[in-house]
Design a protein around this ligand. Structure first.
Ligand code: FMN
Length: 169
C-alpha cells in the first residue's frame, strides 16, 4: 500500500471541491502526500493508505457520486481508515444544529456502519443563486434560508490538522 492519502470529493458547483483542496493543503503542510481527486476519477482505491471523502448535500441526500462511490467501494473502504465530511448547510451558526443533527442520509446507515468511518463531520456550504438552475432556486426558496458562503475555513483547518495527526500516528 502506497503511503498516499486520497482526498476525494463530489461537488456540483465547486464549494465542496474547494474544501477538499483546503484539506489537501493542510495535510501537505503536515508532510503527508495527498491526491485530491473528484470521485468519478478515483483509480486503484486500495493503493491508498487512508481516504477522506467530501460530499455536497442535495435535498437531504449526499450528492449522487458519493452514494455510488460508497456502494461500489464498500468492502475496500471498510478495510481502511476513512473520514467523511458533508458540506451543505447554509445560514449562520453551527452546521450540525442547522441540520438538526443530520450527519448523513439515514437510509445509508447500514452501509456507513459497515464502512465504519473514523469520523463524519458537517461543514457549512454555500448558497449562491447565481450558480443554480431555475428548479434549484425554486426548491431553495421553498426551504428558505440565507444566501452566501457559509464555509468556516478555521473549522475546516482545525479538523484537517486533527485528521493529519491521526494519519501520522
Ligand atoms: C436544490 C438544492 C438543495 C439543497 N439541499 C440541501 C440539503 O438538503 N441540506 C443541506 O445541508 N444543503 C443543501 N443544499 C446546499 C448545498 O449542499 C450547498 O450549496 C453546497 O455548498 C453545494 O456544494 P457544491 O458546490 O460542492 O455542489 C442544497 C442546495 C441546492 C441548490
Amino acid at each position: 500500500m502506497a503511503n498516499i492519502v486520497l482526498i476525494t470529493y463530489a461537488s456540483k458547483y465547486g464549494a465542496t471541491q474547494e474544501i477538499a483542496e483546503k484539506v489537501g493543503e493542510v495535510l501537505k503542510k503536515e508532510g503527508i502526500t495527498v491526491d485530491v481527486v473528484p470521485m468519478k476519477k478515483v483509480n486503484k482505491l486500495a493503493d491508498y493508505q487512508s481516504v477522506i471523502i467530501g460530499s455536497a448535500v442535495y435535498i437531504g441526500q449526499w450528492y449522487k457520486p458519493t452514494t455510488k462511490f460508497l456502494q461500489k467501494n464498500e468492502k475496500t473502504l471498510a478495510a481502511m481508515p476513512v473520514w467523511i465530511f458533508s458540506s451543505g448547510p447554509f445560514g449562520k451558526g453551527d452546521p450540525v444544529e442547522l441540520l438538526k443533527g443530520w450527519k448523513f442520509p439515514l437510509a445509508l446507515k447500514p452501509m456507513i456502519d459497515r464502512i465504519n468511518p473514523r469520523e463524519i463531520v458537517v461543514f457549512g456550504g454555500t448558497m449562491l443563486p447565481e450558480k443554480m438552475s431555475g428548479m434549484e432556486k425554486w426548491i431553495v426558496k421553498r426551504v428558505g434560508g440565507e444566501t452566501g458562503d457559509f464555509r468556516d475555513w478555521e473549522m475546516i483547518n482545525t479538523w484537517a490538522k486533527k485528521v493529519a495527526k491521526e494519519i501520522k500516528k
